[in-house]
Design a protein around this ligand. Structure first.
Ligand code: AP5
Ligand code: MG
Length: 209
């Protein structure tokens, strides 16, 4: 199953992608995660994109498309995958259509106030990237990852100015993808407001195993 996860920042794409990846045994490919790993490791790519990402802007289409093309060439993608955060612009969607035919684009729908509440309370593990939330998904021990014991931190782009910028960028550049995938009969809508367990149940009904 080849899926795209669409939706505003903070909709819960990454959280659900982890659950879907475990349930359906397909890899979770997050362009945001790939960029953050490159920033952590201070690779040439990381150094190039850090300021752009911290400010809540998009990395260029050329860089992002090449990165995804390379990732989709790896062996673990044969049985399918979840593309989380890609495509994010019409040129990226057009480029992807030339690489592969996806099965569905799943749009996670949530209003701006929900986004702000989720992003401003998000905590992320520095070692394994697991997501937490100070109110909705608390770790057992404050500041420590349940899965690997790593330290939890606040993403630079989860500061309020960057959240506002990301929502603006989403509306202008990414939201048009909803109509793009609707027009080719690939769009599936999911209400992203309930708990992640409830959203997973809804997802399983839409995509039976
Ligand atoms: P990326 O990492 O993709 O960030 P994003 O799209 O802004 O999305 P988020 O990761 O912030 O939100 P999410 O929907 O995954 O929510 P999450 O599950 O964490 O991209 C980062 C940056 O990289 C971009 O700004 C851009 O610069 C660059 N980039 C990436 N891809 C690119 C591309 N294709 N082109 C160009 N540039 C690109 O959940 C959020 C919080 O809510 C968490 O705290 C979580 O615990 C909580 N939560 C989740 N689900 C629920 C729920 N159901 N109920 C209650 N709380 C919940
Ligand atoms: Mg994410």
């Amino acid at each position: 199953m080849k899926l795209i996860f669409l939706g505003p920042p903070g909709a819960g794409k990454g959280t659900l992608a982890v659950l879907v990846s475990e349930t359906y045994k397909i890899p979770h490919i997050s362009t945001g995660e790939i960029f953050r790993a490159a920033i952590r490791e201070k690779t040439p790519l990381g150094l190039k994109v850090q300021a752009i990402i911290d400010a809540g802007q998009l990395v260029s289409d050329d860089i992002t498309i090449e990165l995804v093309r390379e990732r989709l060439g790896k062996d673990d993608t044969k049985a399918g995958y979840i593309l989380d955060g890609f495509p994010r612009t019409i040129p990226q969607a057009e480029a992807l259509a030339k690489i592969v035919e996806i099965d569905a684009a799943v749009n996670f729908d949530i209003a701006d106030d929900g986004v702000v509440a989720r992003l401003s309370g998000r905590r992320v593990c520095r070692s394994c990237s697991q997501n937490y939330h100070v109110d909705y998904m608390k770790p057992k021990v404050e500041g420590v990852c349940d899965k690997c014991g790593g330290e939890l931190y606040i993403r630079e782009d989860d500061k309020i100015e960057a959240i506002t910028k990301r929502l603006e960028v989403y509306r202008k550049q990414t939201a048009p993808l909803i109509d793009f995938y609707r027009s080719v009969g690939k769009l599936t809508e999911v209400d992203a407001r309930p708990s992640s367990a409830a959203v997973l149940e809804e997802f399983k009904k839409l995509f039976p195993l």
